[in-house]
Design a protein around this ligand. Structure first.
Ligand SMILES: N[C@@H](CCC(=O)N[C@@H](CS)C(=O)NCC(=O)O)C(=O)O
Length: 133
């Protein structure tokens, strides 16, 4: 039996990779993590940007699916749930129930998530922080 993890998750101390970790744990999927050093700017240049041209974490590589690469935490969550939640731990049989689960995911991504980002990276906003904050 192979002990090689199925997934590699490229991470950072910020909040978005943790969302993917929660899904991987809840689904009982095996993974290893690679911490990307943002202080040296490694995430904004190759080889990392060959995986994720947006230069942000998380990025997930699924070694059991031809090293399929996916980035953006919401897209990763949908990929994992739709492909690997065979026991319906985090999804539902009913179409409308899945639609409501996606509603909350989209709310988190477009509503709550950006504000968490501002808290972690206020300097990236410059004077815009004063308007939003
Ligand atoms: N919308 C993206 C946001 C990703 C994001 O901003 N990740 C942070 C870490 S939590 C990051 O990579 N920050 C470094 C940077 O933006 O330079 C997602 O949900 O994956």
């Amino acid at each position: 039996m192979s002990t090689t993890p199925q997934f590699t998750l490229y991470t950072h101390v910020g909040p978005n990779p943790w969302k993917v970790v929660i899904i991987l744990e809840e689904l009982g999927l095996s993974y290893c993590t690679v911490s990307v050093d943002t202080s040296s700017g490694d995430h904004k240049k190759p080889p990392y940007t060959t995986l994720n041209p947006n230069g942000r974490m998380p990025t997930l590589v699924d070694h059991a699916n031809g090293n399929f690469v996916i980035w953006e935490s919401g897209a990763i969550i949908l990929y994992l749930v739709e492909k690997y939640d065979t026991e319906k731990k985090l999804s539902f049989e009913k179409f409308e129930s899945n639609a409501i689960a996606k509603q909350y995911l989209m709310f988190q991504m477009s509503g709550q998530g950006p504000y968490f980002g501002i808290v972690f990276y206020p300097s990236a906003l410059g004077s815009a922080w004063l308007t939003i904050g």
